[in-house]
Design a protein around this ligand. Sequence first.
Ligand code: RTP
Ligand code: MG
Length: 137
Amino acid sequence: MERTFAIIKPNALADGNAGKIISRIYEEGFTIVGLKKLYLSKIEAEGFYHVHRERPFFDELTDFMASGPCIVMVLQADNAITRWRELMGATDPAEAAEGTLRREFGKSVGVNATHGSDAPETAAFEIGYFFSGLELL
Ligand code: RTP
Ligand code: MG
């Protein structure tokens, strides 16, 4: 079993879609081993996305992530990292396949409803950024 880190981003909560996304997560066979609702500060969002600090969209991305509450989760399944990225779909909702979360709930490449770790090392960093071992059941 593998673990990955996921975020339901502020637009999906504001639109009332968090419950639908969590239902899909269960339907697709993931176990949610950690979950909490947070309202990130700008500084916390910048720390989470530090790998993107030189990218042109960094300021816009971290403003958005600090614009309202989000839900952070640790998901467990066989091949959880790849399977969660497949369920989310392409970064840009316009390019995401039918039936994916970003296609259904994303608005634009920046406001794209969900986040998922892209590799085991990033999953380890991202899980540790938000959860202590005691919170993972
Ligand atoms: P994520 O990390 O959120 O799961 O998304 P990803 O791997 O598919 O995309 P990544 O390249 O890691 O980009 C991180 C987030 O930055 C925003 N972004 N905005 N305005 C833009 O051109 C742009 N490009 C990326 C997206 O919200 C993306 O999820
Ligand atoms: Mg990424």
